[in-house]
Structure formats: structure tokens, C-alpha cells
Design a protein around this ligand. Sequence first.
Ligand code: G1P
Length: 268
Amino acid sequence: MIRKAIIPAAGYGTRSLPITKVIPKEMFPVGVKPAIHYIVEEALDSGIEQILIVVSKRKGLILDYFDDSLGLEVFLERENKQHLLKQHKIPDAEMYYTRQSYPKGLGDAVRLGKHFIGNEPFAVLLPDDIVLSKKTPGLKQLIEDYTKHQKSVIGLNVVKPAFLKNYGVIKGAEIKPGTFQLDDIVEKPKENPPSNLAVIGRYIFTPQIFSHLENLKPGAGGEIQLTDAIKTMLQTDKCFGKIIEGNRFDIGSTNDYVNLLQTISKMD
Ligand code: G1P
């Protein structure tokens, strides 16, 4: 059973400057909800009970958003607008926060969750990636595989060759349609990507990943990379990858963000 999740939300959002000077990327509106609302909902719909969000300076809006807003509730009741109470409801999750003081990379952000996680398997959801799936929530699809193998499972997406340089890319053997046993993984390959299977921001890890996150040297982009910890984990442990069914939108890409808004407006 996977009860805990880490959502790393400490990046500066440099791809989306200048708006990210004042609005964290995770708080970009998607309809009337911020992007991170969809991530937390996906986690809860997948059975997660406790969520640690790793924030950084100027991300206070995220904490405010998930707070109770008693004043607003009293106001809506007094004004006889009870019907709006349901609409403004935030996901009912047990939330925890910690701060990354310097953006050292995704691997460092996940490492900060070590004590929160303790000694149990857990999920990581990257809030850049919104996954809209018709049936099973993206994360839940990975949990189903974890339940079978009891090994770490990474969300994958088939990506056009020109874009592979933006992602972690795996090498692996397909053990059943859509599920791969990893042989290798490379962060943002500049050339010769090992496959067309890119990592999307959903992971299930055994707690062993933390020992591989210790003492990691900066990798691609000078950052401590989660991908590099997965790579060393592969020397001693099995790890699987699963193509996630659903549409994935990267809200740090203006094109994807606009597509997401259009898709959501058609769904409403
Ligand atoms: C991160 C990971 C990368 C993964 C990507 C998915 O990269 O390091 O392996 O493919 O998320 O969105 P980032 O987008 O933070 O540069």
C-alpha cells in the first residue's frame, strides 16, 4: 500500500519567466483551480493519504491555497451562498511542507523527504506534469504495477525523438505490453537517446532510493538528478517503467499549457 507522496515544488520556473517572478508555476490557473490542485487530487484518487510538498521561497501561495478558509466559509453562509461552499472546497489531504533553501535539483528535493517517508514505499508526483486519464488516475496505474512487483516503478511516455533531450530516457526490455524492466536511464541525453521512452513526472519508489540519493554528484544542468539515483539503484535492484495511459501536459511549456486550458474547457 502506498500512503505517502512527495510533490517537489521548489523550482524557480525559469521556463515561464517573467510570470513566475510572482506566481509559482504550480499555481497557474487551469480553469478555476491551480495546477497543483489537479496533482493533489490525482494523488488522493490513487489512495495517497499524506503529502509532503517541497517548496522554496516565494511559494507561500501554495500553503495558503491548501489552508482552511474559515472566514470565507462564514462569509458565504452569511450571504446565503452555501452552494459556493462545495465549489471552493480544496482537496481534503493531510499536507506537510518543507523548504529547499537553494534549487539544487529534483534529487535533492526528494532527498529532503527522507524522514517524512521513513521506511516505506512512496510516490513522487512532479507538478509540472498534469496527466488527464479517462479511467485510472496516472499515479494509480503505477501503484497497480508496484503491487505486483514490489519494486520501484516509473511513469513513461512515448516521445518524438526531437524532444527526448528534455527528459529522462530509459533503456529497457518490454516484459508485457507497456511495461519495461529498466537496464539504464539517462537524464536529458544530448545525443543517442537509448529509446523513445521518456520519464513523465510520476514515480513509485522503494525507500532504498534514499541511500542512492546520498552523496550524488551534480549531473545534467549542474543539478542533483533523481535520474542519477535511479541509475545507481539499477546496479543492485530491479526497477520497472510503465507507459501511463492518458494525456500529459507540461505546464512549463506555453504550448502544452494552452492545450491543457482548451482541453479542460471542453471537459467542463
Ligand atoms: C524532470 C526529470 C526528468 C523527467 C521530467 C518529466 O525534469 O529530471 O527525468 O523526464 O522531469 O517532466 P525537469 O522537467 O524538471 O527538467
